[in-house]
Design a protein around this ligand. Structure first.
Ligand code: BGC
Length: 455
């Protein structure tokens, strides 16, 4: 696995904080400093009492069971602490940031909440709202156990750790319904790393054969982020250098226009009412055969499982065209508020998600890759194991997702999602017009990354 962040990402600045005024005068609770806490003693105090609020956005089929298993394991480890699971629907974390902001301002910070490492958590750090988890990393030997690259991606711009990773998903995947291909006589290529030409040929054949009301593709972008997910896949699949430039703040209207021109072509094959559904509703329609394919991260696997679908029999996957050899990285983790009612309880939760028992149960149900090398390969199904082996292969190049929090500031990523959704729902898909708007958003947010994806 190769991923070089030449330096630490810089700048989550006045604008971002202005757009996200978390913390500050309204936060009522006193902040705890890790320097005054004995982390090993806290983690070993299995008789501790209390209640912790855990916020996450796992509400789709499969995801729900996975987070439930983490709650159950926590209750086994700390039987006198009640972990209350609070689900913020929507996926991808955008709604979580708003929710946490409101809770923090009301003086009700959640003890712990789901986040993606990287830019997504920087605004909390700028407002000093997260507990430093360096001692948890040390206690649980997370640096020693982490898969290559994971420690660097989990290290914040100030050099400290504030997040404990729980799972990893690949983002550049297309899921397809095998039965739909069979029904319409469309041959499935004998390789998953399809080229753009093969992809367009598949879309053409499906479009020609499917009756009115059925489509080769759907986006399920009622929440916006799935449309942005497709944008980032097309961007990497067009040219990795464009992606690197984009997340480093070197914006070119021409480059974004070329990405959006391909996106416009893709929209010819997408169900026209794509934005009326959430991503998991679109997946349900893929299973029903209304749509043949969905461009989605690998978290669609447990959803397919929850609908009784079997990889290789009912559904298959393609690598998003042009991204063969690349692994789009989406990391889930938990952070701990430093001003909640039970900061120690939050620390216990964050530690617990890294334990082998949680990693085994969670990775099995979420069908995600464990961030830790001591999670045995036996727990993975064939597809997840393939993705894991891809991730750790020396020849694989990794790129951080900006739809899923890591590579762009939250405010930029949120505005981007709105623009891309507007682009996808517009009647003429005017690539140049939207490229100008996108470039302006990102210029205004002052993004200046230092990623080195392309050697
Ligand atoms: C998370 C996944 C989750 C998906 C949809 C992503 O941002 O990283 O774990 O399954 O959103 O909810």
């Amino acid at each position: 696995m190769k991923l070089k962040k030449a330096g630490l990402l810089a700048l989550v600045l006045a604008l971002v904080l202005g757009a996200l005024p978390i913390g500050g005068a309204a936060a009522k609770k006193e902040k705890k400093d890790v320097a005054d806490m004995d982390i090993p003693a806290i983690l070993e105090d299995v008789d501790a009492k209390g209640t912790i609020n855990v916020y996450h956005w796992w509400t789709a089929g499969g995801e729900k069971d996975a987070v439930e298993s983490v709650v159950n394991d926590f209750s086994d480890s700390y039987s006198n602490i009640r972990a209350k699971s609070n689900a913020i629907p929507g996926g991808a974390g955008g709604a979580m940031v708003m929710k946490v902001k409101v809770l923090q301002q009301a003086g009700k910070s959640p003890e712990t909440f789901q986040a993606h490492p990287g830019q997504e958590i920087e605004p909390y750090l700028s407002s000093n709202l997260l507990l430093n988890l360096n001692d948890v990393w040390e206690y649980a030997n997370l640096a020693g156990r982490a898969l290559p690259g994971m420690e660097e991606l989990s290290t914040a711009s100030d050099g400290n750790k504030y997040i404990v990773p729980i799972g990893i998903h690949k983002t550049n995947v297309i899921f397809y319904n095998i039965h739909v291909f069979e029904k319409y006589g469309v041959e499935v290529p004998d390789h998953e790393d399809i080229t753009w030409d093969e992809f367009w040929a598949i879309c053409d054949q499906l479009a020609a054969a499917m009756p009115d009301g059925e489509y080769p593709l759907d986006l399920g972008d009622r929440k916006g982020w799935p449309a942005c997910q497709v944008f980032e896949d097309i961007m990497l699949g067009t040219d990795a250098q464009i992606y690197e430039n984009f997340i480093n703040g070197i914006y070119s209207v021409e480059e974004v226009t070329s990405v959006l021109s391909t996106y416009a072509k893709l929209m010819d094959y997408v169900a026209p009412d794509h934005s009326s559904r959430d991503w998991y509703e679109a997946s349900g329609q893929v299973v029903a055969g209304t749509y043949a394919m969905q461009i989605m991260g690998a978290w669609m696997q447990p959803l397919m499982t929850s609908m009784g679908q079997v990889y290789g029999e009912d559904y298959g996957v393609f690598t998003f065209p042009g991204t063969d050899g690349w692994f789009g990285m989406c990391i889930d983790g938990f952070v701990v508020s430093n001003d909640s009612a039970d900061v120690e309880g939050g620390v216990r939760w964050a530690y617990n998600v890294s334990t082998p028992s949680v990693q085994t149960a969670f990775s099995t149900l979420k069908e995600s890759i464990s961030p830790y090398s001591d999670t045995p390969d036996e727990i993975y199904n064939a597809l997840t194991l393939r993705f894991k082996n891809e991730l750790i292969a020396e020849s694989t190049k990794v790129y951080p997702s900006f739809t899923h929090g890591t590579a762009l500031p939250w405010s930029a990523s949120t505005s981007l999602q709105v623009q891309i959704q507007e682009f996808a729902t517009s009647s003429d898909h005017d690539a140049e017009y939207f490229a100008n708007r996108i470039v302006n958003i990102l210029k205004e947010s002052g993004v200046k990354g230092d990623w080195n994806l392309v050697e």
